[in-house]
Design a protein around this ligand. Structure first.
Ligand code: HPA
Length: 236
Protein backbone atom coordinates (compact mmCIF):
# COMPACT_ATOMS: atom_id res chain seq x y z
CA UNK A 1 0.00 0.00 0.00
CA UNK A 2 1.45 3.33 -1.00
CA UNK A 3 0.06 6.87 -0.72
CA UNK A 4 0.05 9.69 -3.30
CA UNK A 5 3.26 10.95 -1.66
CA UNK A 6 5.05 7.85 -0.41
CA UNK A 7 5.76 4.61 -2.29
CA UNK A 8 6.80 2.66 0.83
CA UNK A 9 4.95 -0.54 1.70
CA UNK A 10 3.66 -1.00 5.22
CA UNK A 11 6.50 -2.49 7.24
CA UNK A 12 9.18 -0.62 5.27
CA UNK A 13 9.12 2.21 7.81
CA UNK A 14 10.23 1.83 11.44
CA UNK A 15 8.09 2.67 14.47
CA UNK A 16 10.38 5.65 15.06
CA UNK A 17 11.16 8.18 12.31
CA UNK A 18 13.58 11.09 12.37
CA UNK A 19 12.30 14.01 10.31
CA UNK A 20 14.71 16.54 8.80
CA UNK A 21 13.28 19.07 6.35
CA UNK A 22 15.89 18.54 3.64
CA UNK A 23 15.87 15.31 1.56
CA UNK A 24 19.66 15.37 1.14
CA UNK A 25 19.97 15.69 4.91
CA UNK A 26 17.86 12.52 5.23
CA UNK A 27 20.21 10.75 2.79
CA UNK A 28 23.28 12.01 4.65
CA UNK A 29 21.90 10.75 7.97
CA UNK A 30 21.04 7.35 6.48
CA UNK A 31 24.50 6.98 4.95
CA UNK A 32 26.49 8.25 7.93
CA UNK A 33 24.52 7.23 11.02
CA UNK A 34 22.40 4.17 10.15
CA UNK A 35 23.53 0.57 9.58
CA UNK A 36 22.42 -1.02 6.29
CA UNK A 37 20.06 1.77 5.21
CA UNK A 38 17.39 0.88 2.65
CA UNK A 39 15.60 3.63 0.74
CA UNK A 40 11.79 3.39 0.87
CA UNK A 41 10.66 6.61 -0.79
CA UNK A 42 11.63 8.87 -3.65
CA UNK A 43 8.28 10.46 -4.61
CA UNK A 44 8.89 14.21 -5.15
CA UNK A 45 12.46 13.55 -3.97
CA UNK A 46 11.19 13.34 -0.38
CA UNK A 47 13.78 10.69 0.39
CA UNK A 48 13.16 8.15 3.16
CA UNK A 49 15.39 5.37 4.50
CA UNK A 50 15.22 2.66 7.16
CA UNK A 51 18.29 1.24 8.88
CA UNK A 52 19.63 0.26 12.27
CA UNK A 53 21.08 2.19 15.19
CA UNK A 54 22.41 0.32 18.24
CA UNK A 55 20.24 -2.67 17.32
CA UNK A 56 17.06 -0.63 16.90
CA UNK A 57 15.21 -0.15 13.59
CA UNK A 58 15.05 3.58 12.82
CA UNK A 59 13.82 5.47 9.76
CA UNK A 60 14.70 8.92 8.51
CA UNK A 61 12.51 10.80 6.06
CA UNK A 62 12.43 14.37 4.79
CA UNK A 63 9.35 16.52 5.37
CA UNK A 64 10.01 19.53 3.17
CA UNK A 65 9.57 22.99 4.67
CA UNK A 66 6.56 24.42 6.45
CA UNK A 67 3.33 23.28 8.03
CA UNK A 68 1.46 22.07 4.90
CA UNK A 69 4.35 19.85 3.87
CA UNK A 70 5.10 18.26 7.25
CA UNK A 71 1.33 18.04 7.78
CA UNK A 72 0.99 15.68 4.83
CA UNK A 73 4.01 13.48 5.52
CA UNK A 74 3.51 13.14 9.26
CA UNK A 75 -0.21 12.36 8.81
CA UNK A 76 0.61 9.57 6.38
CA UNK A 77 3.36 8.16 8.61
CA UNK A 78 0.95 7.99 11.55
CA UNK A 79 -2.21 6.81 9.79
CA UNK A 80 -0.91 4.68 6.90
CA UNK A 81 2.41 3.39 8.23
CA UNK A 82 1.70 3.01 11.98
CA UNK A 83 4.61 5.22 13.00
CA UNK A 84 4.53 5.85 16.76
CA UNK A 85 7.47 8.19 17.45
CA UNK A 86 8.10 11.20 15.21
CA UNK A 87 11.25 13.15 16.02
CA UNK A 88 11.81 16.32 14.03
CA UNK A 89 15.39 17.48 13.62
CA UNK A 90 15.76 20.92 12.15
CA UNK A 91 17.17 24.39 12.47
CA UNK A 92 15.69 27.45 14.12
CA UNK A 93 16.24 31.16 14.59
CA UNK A 94 16.87 32.15 18.22
CA UNK A 95 14.56 34.74 19.77
CA UNK A 96 16.36 34.96 23.14
CA UNK A 97 19.79 36.58 23.67
CA UNK A 98 21.13 33.75 25.85
CA UNK A 99 20.82 31.22 23.02
CA UNK A 100 24.08 30.77 21.14
CA UNK A 101 24.56 29.48 17.60
CA UNK A 102 24.82 25.71 17.74
CA UNK A 103 22.72 25.32 20.89
CA UNK A 104 20.00 22.68 20.79
CA UNK A 105 16.41 23.82 21.33
CA UNK A 106 13.82 21.22 22.38
CA UNK A 107 10.27 22.37 21.66
CA UNK A 108 8.25 21.61 24.78
CA UNK A 109 5.41 23.52 23.12
CA UNK A 110 4.70 25.26 19.83
CA UNK A 111 2.83 28.53 19.33
CA UNK A 112 1.71 29.45 15.85
CA UNK A 113 0.34 32.07 13.49
CA UNK A 114 -1.11 29.24 11.39
CA UNK A 115 -4.76 28.23 11.27
CA UNK A 116 -3.85 24.52 11.13
CA UNK A 117 -5.86 23.55 14.23
CA UNK A 118 -9.11 25.05 12.89
CA UNK A 119 -9.79 21.61 11.33
CA UNK A 120 -10.44 20.19 14.82
CA UNK A 121 -13.33 22.62 15.51
CA UNK A 122 -12.15 23.29 19.05
CA UNK A 123 -13.90 25.90 21.13
CA UNK A 124 -10.58 27.65 21.92
CA UNK A 125 -6.87 27.81 21.14
CA UNK A 126 -5.03 24.48 20.95
CA UNK A 127 -1.69 24.33 22.80
CA UNK A 128 0.52 21.99 20.78
CA UNK A 129 2.97 20.15 23.05
CA UNK A 130 5.75 17.60 22.76
CA UNK A 131 5.42 14.07 24.08
CA UNK A 132 6.71 14.30 27.65
CA UNK A 133 8.47 10.93 27.59
CA UNK A 134 10.38 11.70 24.36
CA UNK A 135 11.27 15.12 25.74
CA UNK A 136 12.68 13.63 28.96
CA UNK A 137 14.68 11.06 26.98
CA UNK A 138 16.12 13.80 24.76
CA UNK A 139 16.99 15.91 27.79
CA UNK A 140 18.75 12.94 29.39
CA UNK A 141 20.75 12.29 26.21
CA UNK A 142 21.83 15.94 26.01
CA UNK A 143 22.79 15.90 29.71
CA UNK A 144 24.86 12.71 29.26
CA UNK A 145 26.90 14.38 26.54
CA UNK A 146 27.10 17.79 28.19
CA UNK A 147 25.61 19.57 25.17
CA UNK A 148 24.18 23.08 25.55
CA UNK A 149 20.40 23.02 25.16
CA UNK A 150 17.23 24.84 26.13
CA UNK A 151 13.71 23.48 26.57
CA UNK A 152 10.62 25.63 26.06
CA UNK A 153 8.20 27.15 23.60
CA UNK A 154 8.88 27.82 19.94
CA UNK A 155 7.00 29.95 17.43
CA UNK A 156 5.93 27.92 14.41
CA UNK A 157 5.32 30.37 11.61
CA UNK A 158 3.82 30.16 8.13
CA UNK A 159 5.84 33.16 6.97
CA UNK A 160 9.62 33.23 6.52
CA UNK A 161 9.93 36.46 4.47
CA UNK A 162 7.53 38.93 6.00
CA UNK A 163 6.33 42.53 6.05
CA UNK A 164 6.03 42.80 9.83
CA UNK A 165 8.34 41.60 12.62
CA UNK A 166 6.72 39.52 15.37
CA UNK A 167 10.03 38.49 17.00
CA UNK A 168 9.88 40.88 19.96
CA UNK A 169 6.27 39.95 20.78
CA UNK A 170 7.06 36.22 20.87
CA UNK A 171 10.30 36.83 22.75
CA UNK A 172 8.45 38.81 25.41
CA UNK A 173 6.35 35.68 26.09
CA UNK A 174 9.51 33.67 26.67
CA UNK A 175 9.36 31.88 23.31
CA UNK A 176 12.82 30.53 22.53
CA UNK A 177 12.99 30.32 18.77
CA UNK A 178 11.26 30.56 15.41
CA UNK A 179 10.73 27.56 13.12
CA UNK A 180 8.09 26.35 10.66
CA UNK A 181 6.87 22.78 11.26
CA UNK A 182 6.30 21.78 14.89
CA UNK A 183 2.73 22.97 15.37
CA UNK A 184 1.38 20.68 12.64
CA UNK A 185 3.57 17.78 13.75
CA UNK A 186 2.34 18.06 17.34
CA UNK A 187 -1.31 18.40 16.26
CA UNK A 188 -1.09 15.37 13.98
CA UNK A 189 0.58 13.31 16.69
CA UNK A 190 -2.07 14.28 19.26
CA UNK A 191 -4.99 13.62 16.91
CA UNK A 192 -3.42 10.34 15.72
CA UNK A 193 -2.37 9.03 19.15
CA UNK A 194 1.33 9.10 18.27
CA UNK A 195 4.24 10.76 20.05
CA UNK A 196 6.22 13.69 18.68
CA UNK A 197 9.17 15.84 19.62
CA UNK A 198 10.94 18.61 17.71
CA UNK A 199 14.52 19.56 18.33
CA UNK A 200 16.58 22.15 16.53
CA UNK A 201 20.03 23.49 16.16
CA UNK A 202 20.13 27.28 16.47
CA UNK A 203 21.35 28.23 12.97
CA UNK A 204 20.83 31.97 13.27
CA UNK A 205 19.96 34.55 15.88
CA UNK A 206 17.03 36.86 15.28
CA UNK A 207 18.38 38.92 18.23
CA UNK A 208 21.94 39.55 17.02
CA UNK A 209 21.62 38.75 13.31
CA UNK A 210 24.55 36.30 13.41
CA UNK A 211 24.39 33.06 11.42
CA UNK A 212 26.40 29.86 11.57
CA UNK A 213 29.49 29.04 9.57
CA UNK A 214 29.43 25.85 7.51
CA UNK A 215 31.87 24.19 9.94
CA UNK A 216 29.76 25.02 13.01
CA UNK A 217 26.64 23.79 11.26
CA UNK A 218 28.18 20.36 10.76
CA UNK A 219 29.50 20.00 14.32
CA UNK A 220 26.34 21.09 16.09
CA UNK A 221 24.22 19.07 13.69
CA UNK A 222 26.16 15.99 14.80
CA UNK A 223 25.33 16.78 18.46
CA UNK A 224 21.62 17.03 17.69
CA UNK A 225 21.77 13.76 15.70
CA UNK A 226 23.32 12.00 18.68
CA UNK A 227 20.51 13.28 20.91
CA UNK A 228 17.83 12.31 18.37
CA UNK A 229 19.21 8.81 17.77
CA UNK A 230 19.66 8.09 21.49
CA UNK A 231 16.08 9.31 22.03
CA UNK A 232 14.92 6.91 19.29
CA UNK A 233 16.74 4.00 20.98
CA UNK A 234 15.37 4.90 24.43
CA UNK A 235 11.85 5.16 22.98
CA UNK A 236 11.86 1.50 21.89
N1 HPA B 1 12.56 31.49 11.01
C1 HPA B 1 11.86 30.40 10.73
N2 HPA B 1 12.42 29.22 10.54
C2 HPA B 1 13.76 29.13 10.68
C3 HPA B 1 14.53 30.24 10.98
C4 HPA B 1 13.89 31.47 11.16
O1 HPA B 1 14.53 32.49 11.45
N3 HPA B 1 15.83 29.84 11.04
C5 HPA B 1 15.83 28.51 10.78
N4 HPA B 1 14.58 28.07 10.56
Amino acid sequence: MSTPHNNAEKGDIAKTVLLPGDPLRAKFIAENFLENPVQFNSVRNILGFTGGYQGVKVSVMATGMGIPSIGIYSYELIHFYDVKNLIRIGSCGALQPELKLGDIVMAQGACTDSNYASQYNLPGTYSAIADFDLLIKAKEAADRHGYRYAVGNVSCTDVFYREDNPDKAWAKMGVLASEMESYALYCNAAAGKARALSMFTVSDSLVTGEAMSAYDRQTSFTNMMTVALETAVAAE
